[in-house]
Design a protein around this ligand. Structure first.
Ligand code: NAD
Ligand code: MG
Length: 302
């Protein structure tokens, strides 16, 4: 690890000023997909800061993109809430994945690491069958992995790039969810990570923004289809969060260092700060919440 941790652990009973700590993000760039363990400052996935209270005891969860960022924060929170967790990620992210697996195991929960590229339909099927086999079933599916590569003009956006974005952000959730649903019973929860880009698309995120709008429709349509089977489906729409996605081609390097600065809170969110939404949607407490989308944008709204 090269960076310094971003924020001190939450202190029970202490009031937390949401503007703090003020951001100090040196410009930095990595190759896609980027490693959280090489970021400065390190993103806060909740390793020290997330406190659980048994809200997901015994649940079996699969989180794509669970090695870093928002997916890692959800995976850690699920484990602290008493769940067993399988994570998927790209093979080149093993170093990040090892760190998250260690945190889950330190909770005494089962952690399953399933590396592989979800742009392959065959791998998506293997991913679900391995998760079901090793967890002994599946109760919660989080389609969180995503591809975001900025491109300033339509003419520069290649068919290969457009296709890779759609494969990762639209096809993979379809393939994974279609394989998973037969294994999920009443009380199951499916969550998809969309984005504020679904509602306020940026000029330089033409392909990504479209895919994230599709993610909202995924949740709203599938919720109607699966309600009669007792399975809930919701979308989470983050605003600017401090993750590897942003500094590995998601934004131009100067913009990535300023990520979130124009929000009313004046800073990006840390992944742990969105984990409670995933916990709520995954837990039985959200039994009347389905077909919805939830924002966490830093004040700008969806
Ligand atoms: P992240 O880079 O930490 O996580 C994204 C993960 O996607 C990677 O860790 C990688 O494991 C996975 N992934 C990408 N392509 C893959 C592939 N082909 N096969 C398997 N795995 C693949 O960044 P993050 O910001 O935590 O991203 C998580 C989700 O949040 C994404 O869907 C992203 O679109 C969404 N999101 C992020 C922000 C933000 O500001 N960080 C804002 C809105 C939405
Ligand atoms: Mg990663």
């Amino acid at each position: 690890m090269s960076g310094k941790p971003f924020r001190p652990p939450f202190r029970a009973g202490a009031l937390q000023d949401p503007r703090l700590p003020e951001p100090d993000f040196p410009a930095q760039k990595q190759q896609m997909p980027g490693l959280a363990t090489r970021m400065d400052p390190l993103p806060d996935h909740g390793e020290q800061s997330y406190r659980g209270s048994g809200r997901m005891a015994g649940k079996r969860c699969l989180v794509t993109g669970g090695d870093s960022g928002i997916g890692a924060a959800a995976a850690i929170a699920f484990a602290r809430e008493g769940a067993d967790v399988a994570i998927n990620y790209l093979p080149e992210e093993q170093e990040d994945a090892d760190a998250i697996i260690a945190v889950i195991e330190a909770e005494g929960r089962k952690a399953v690491a399933i590396p592989g590229d979800i742009r392959s339909e065959d791998f998506c099927k293997t991913l679900v069958s391995r998760a079901v086999e090793e967890l002994g079933g599946l109760d919660v599916l989080v389609n969180n992995a995503g591809r975001q590569q900025y491109c300033e003009t339509l003419e520069e956006l290649t068919t290969e790039d457009f296709d890779a974005t759609m494969k990762t952000n639209i096809y993979a959730p379809f393939w994974i969810t279609r394989a998973a649903v037969p294994h999920m019973g009443e009380g199951g929860s499916i969550i998809i990570t969309s984005s504020t880009q679904a509602f306020s698309p940026a000029a330089h995120l033409f392909d990504y923004a479209q895919s994230k709008a599709a993610n909202v429709a995924f949740a709203q349509s599938l919720a109607k289809q699966l309600a009669p089977r007792g399975i809930r489906v919701n979308a989470v729409c983050p605003g600017p969060y401090w993750t590897a996605l942003q500094i590995s081609g998601g934004q131009p390097t100067d913009k990535a260092a300023q990520h979130g600065a124009n929000q009313p809170l004046g800073r990006p969110g840390q992944p742990v700060e969105i984990a409670p939404i995933y916990v709520l949607l995954a837990s039985d407490e959200a039994s009347y919440i389905t077909g919805e989308y939830f924002g966490s944008v830093g004040g700008g709204g969806l």
